[in-house]
Design a protein around this ligand. Structure first.
Ligand code: NDP
Length: 450
């Protein structure tokens, strides 16, 4: 790292001493963009990095609601409006007990780069709350979402900031959030939130987009390296939105998914996961992955007890971490590689710890698809949902899927081109960071010091 990059990173560490996830995300980007910084001495004078790493705005608010026992519970809500350089702030909402300022800022920072890679006009934002939707009744979820939107509505808008879902926020929550926004505004502004239900302005393929896009990216990366998905064994952590649709598309491409997980443990089904059962348990019953054994007693279940998830001990060609940040440790990385891993492609945001990511990157035999490129399909189809809302029109499933496929292809090409331009071999992490940063820095320079 050159002097300018080191100074920026040290200042970020000093200013945000307890924000480990945020520092981790910034450090990864700063570590890879040195070749571009060296070409542009004016970036230091213009404080491009200082501005890009400082959110334009961070909103923190109180979210009270009444639970089914009549008790008033208070949660904390967040929205980071990180950058609107190339479009309205755009990024999901996460409802999970461990949500804090560091996690929201890391997600918002990543989102700026991811959104730039899609080639669509969307800036970066993220939000959420330390509310746990697990085990709550529909009434409690509705009241919480209404309270959350009662504050959030004043900060968002189709041309200002457009939230969507993330962990703990699916179609049900988006429906309640949108309903409350509409009630307060007395206007039907469909483009204010994405991931809506199909009957009221949602887009076909949005539900599937992150998982499908992940597989389209994986396919591009494998093909570019003389490999294919056909016949490969795949393990996927998580069993939420991203994991389920990655699994569906992987099977469609001729791969065999043998393991999936949730925060309690993982299942291994050597003959291939029965995805209909997973959908039944997770999308309908909101149950635990262990319930899979009730339908398929031949499968095995491994409880998640220590720091390392048991899913990474299972032999696989392709690993798709699709659960949460820092879920894959250095220890697990070594096990995956010892078991003959070919590729790892990130569905979740920053699923590898810093040490794990560095280990994968240094191992030239492993293909590594970074999250901000590989999981950009979700936000890409969200932007397509915004376009449809503006046009008052709907694309067919095939049309939206074709757009998604082309976008994922272009994202991989951008990463690959940056790798070639800067002699980075197959370091697609650096390729993604450089491709996105170059675009954003140009926009920042053009728009003056604001
Ligand atoms: P969901 O809430 O639908 O599913 C999350 C899954 O991850 C669940 O199976 C959950 O298990 C599991 N999980 C959560 N925390 C942990 C943990 N600490 N250890 C192990 N497993 C855990 O979320 P999504 O599928 O939407 O999101 C998953 C990841 O993908 C996140 O990193 C998100 O930011 C990222 N992402 C999502 C996009 C989207 O369109 N949805 C777009 C781009 C990125 P359990 O039920 O036990 O909690």
């Amino acid at each position: 790292m050159n002097k300018y990059l080191k100074t920026v990173l040290n200042n970020i560490k000093l200013k945000n001493p307890h924000e480990n996830e945020y520092i981790q995300a910034v450090e990864e980007v700063l570590t890879s963009i040195e070749p571009v910084i060296n070409e542009h001495s004016e970036f230091e004078k213009l404080a491009i990095l200082e501005r890009m790493t400082e959110p334009e705005r961070l909103i923190i608010f109180r979210v009270p609601y009444v639970n089914d026992c009549g008790q008033t519970i208070v949660h904390r809500g967040y929205r980071v409006q990180f950058s609107n350089l190339i479009g309205p702030y755009k990024g999901g909402l996460r409802f999970q007990p461990d949500v804090n300022q560091s996690i929201i800022k890391f997600l918002g920072f990543e989102q700026i780069f991811k959104n730039a890679l899609t080639g669509l006009p969307i800036g970066g934002g993220k939000g959420g709350s330390d509310f746990n939707p697990k085990g709550k009744s529909d009434g409690e979820i509705m009241r919480f979402c209404q309270s959350f939107m009662t504050e959030l509505y004043r900060h968002i808008g189709a041309d200002v900031d457009v939230p969507a879902g993330d962990i703990g926020v699916g179609e049900r929550e988006i429906g309640y959030l949108f309903g409350q926004y509409k009630k307060i505004k007395n206007a039907y502004e469909g483009g204010v939130i994405t991931g809506k239900g199909l009957s009221y302005g949602g887009s076909l393929v949005r539900k599937e987009a992150t998982g499908y896009g992940l597989i389209y990216f994986t396919e591009e990366m494998l093909n570019a390296n003389g490999l294919s998905l056909e016949g490969k064994t795949v393990t996927i952590s998580g069993s939420g939105n991203v994991a389920i649709y990655a699994c569906e598309k992987a099977f469609q491409k001729g791969a065999k998914v043998v393991a999936m997980s949730d925060s309690n443990g993982c299942i291994y089904d050597a003959g291939g996961i029965d995805l209909n059962v997973i959908k039944q348990i997770k999308e309908k019953e909101r149950g635990r992955i262990k319930d899979y054994l009730k339908h398929h007693p031949q499968a095995e279940y491994f409880e998640h007890t220590g720091e390392d998830s048991p899913i990474w001990e299972i032999k696989t060609d392709i690993a798709l971490p699709c659960a949460t940040q820092n879920e894959l440790t250095l220890n697990s990385t070594k096990k995956l590689i010892a078991n003959g891993l070919t590729a790892i492609v990130e569905g979740a945001n920053m699923p590898c710890t810093k040490e794990a990511a560095e280990y994968f990157i240094s191992n030239k035999k492993i293909l590594y698809g970074p999250a901000k490129a590989a999981n950009a399909g979700g936000v890409a189809v969200s932007a397509i949902e915004m376009s449809q809302n503006s046009m008052r029109y709907y694309f067919s499933f095939e049309e939206a899927d074709k757009l998604l496929k082309d976008i994922m292809k272009n994202i991989f090409s951008s990463c690959q081109n940056a790798c070639e331009k800067y002699n980075l071999e197959k370091n697609y992490t650096a390729g993604a960071n450089i491709a996105a940063f170059t675009k954003l820095a140009k926009a920042m320079k053009a728009q003056g010091i604001v």
